[in-house]
Ligand binder design. Sequence first.
Ligand code: MN
Length: 722
Amino acid sequence: MRQYELVERVTKYDPDADEDLLNRAYVYAMKAHGNQRRASGEAYFNHPLEVAAILTEMKLDSATIAAALLHDTVEDTAATHQEIEEKFGPDIAALVDGLTKIAKLDLVTKEAAQAENLRKLLLAMSRDVRVLLVKLADRLHNMRTLEYVKPEKRVRIAQETMDIYAPLAGRMGMQAVRDELEDIAFKVLNPDANKIILARLEKLHAESGGILKSIEQELTQKLAENGIKAEVHGREKRPYSIFRKMERKLLSLGQLSDIFGFRVIVGTVDQCYRALGIVHRTYRAVPGRFKDYISTPKQNDYRSIHTTVIGPHHMRVEMQIRTRLMHEIAERGVAAHAIYKDAPDAKEALDGFKSPAAESNAYRWLRHLVEMLQEGESPREFLEHTKLELFHDQVFCFTPKGKLIALPKGATPIDFAYAVHTSVGDSCVGAKVNGSHAPLVTELQNGDEVEIIRSDAQTPPAAWEGLAVTGKARAAIRRATRAAARKQFAGLGREIVEKMLAKLGKSYAEKEVAAAMPRLGHKNIDDALAAVGRGELSAIDVMKAMGLTIDDTKLKELRRKAPARKADAEELSVPVRGVSRTVALKIAPETGAVPGERIVGILMPGEGITIYPIFAKALEQFDNQPERWVDLAWDTGAEEQRFPARIKVSILNEVGSLAQVTQAISDLSGNIDALQMVAREGARDFFDLDITLEVHDLKHLNEIMASLRGKTAVSDVSRTTG
Ligand code: MN
């Protein structure tokens, strides 16, 4: 086909077509594909041109035809998305982009069992219905030229067509495309069955071939006598539809008799029912085979009356009775809607769309299409504004093995991991998206291939709950964090119980502790130890349950035994001895604590352990809970680390005082983490500074405090006791 022929075809059904656009797209694609050849040896450009031609048969708008001409340029030539956008505008560029993205999806390699989800993926990726129309035309032409492809690849492409594209065409109501795709695929996938069925058809045809012509004539005449002008077309059924029927009904080829089908096409819905009466008066109807898809259309908007009658030679004959518009819609589906809004029976034929009965979500969009149609937009506007809203709240991603995982929009690799399996989620430490490391907060996109990096040592951090969008992931993270916390508190509880026993001169024996559990109301030892760890159960009660007695003197003795020093350090990185590393440690903010100071740990239910310097006032409130005290000692070797210490500095209220203080601190390489000025009541000449320093240890802190005391502006320096 030549350039002018293509343009002529389009202008024939669409006088307003953008001829300039068509010409430019033709030339651009022809140049871009240059000397490229197809498997058949012909010029590659023939392919996009044929795809465009198929779409002209569907009478589609110029933008769709242009997109068809350009559909392989970005994927297969030097052309870029940017260039297409500059030359043809954002609308065409978006269409081509959609097609390029689909082309990059290697669906052939994916598991066939997931065909339904793969179809959803295609729908979700084709934001514009025209992308799908071009894709189907592309596939149709590739199937028509499949014989040139190597046998092995041929089978894979045919299978993919059978699994994904043919059903998709069916869903979109494009029966003619579906039939052709299936027929070619069937021939490739099941050549023997195809051959046998063809042979049988030939035999039946020879025996009763005249039946087609005779029924056509007889029916046309009968209908005309009753004032109905009708077209009657007889045809043999396709090998693949016969094969399916044999499979479905477990029939042998010999049992198969109704291989002829007729279509009776009339003007109005009323004539459909009158024609049905005439058919049933002319031939005997087969009971149970009557279906009225006009009063109850199929979900893809298929409408027709079906009946089976006994024709000449006692052959069963299937009849489909429908109007011209119904016929167009049955053959061309979505594409037909765009063109036929002005047809005389359009209103009547389309009204059924408003019926809310049994409408599945999957076809909401189709109704939406028709509603827009009825609002009176031109076919072109109609297509342009028809965005496929289907499945847009979902993303579809793949595992490295090709398994498809459907997730809600906004899902992250964490959701993906939990969707694969809870154990994968619980052990997830990282992810690769399309082969590259990606943060776990990455929002997944359609078609992403996600590989989860796992470690058995991992426990999901509680913060992940905020990163996950799926309920499954959130619940699993909560469960895992709870379990980890319980384990941590059980460890802590055991240490507390061990220490308490040690103070009483006993050693820890699991059996003895376990024996005391029932008396404490806990089923197992871990639960009880976790309760001790959380501070819900006192270690003294555990001692009592074990039959050990503690007198008052001993109780007092158990209190302040901790060798304490002071320090502040970040949570979890406090270098102390005397407690398991799995316990969360925090330095008391009221005082700080630095290495060199005597420190003591206080168990905080639900939080872990807070470290206080031994002089902290806050410790008084724990005097009666010796079981919450944990002996701790600094374990510093790393001089780099700094710890918080809070001090109070009184200074003269005059210019330069504050500068003296900050200078003294920085001269000794102390850091000021926080500084607050507090006016002193009744002493206008002085200010108190509340400073949180970051220092290496007690020696460092003392040097700074001594230096501050030597400053003229400083009247007093002291450690904050909380
Ligand atoms: Mn192509």
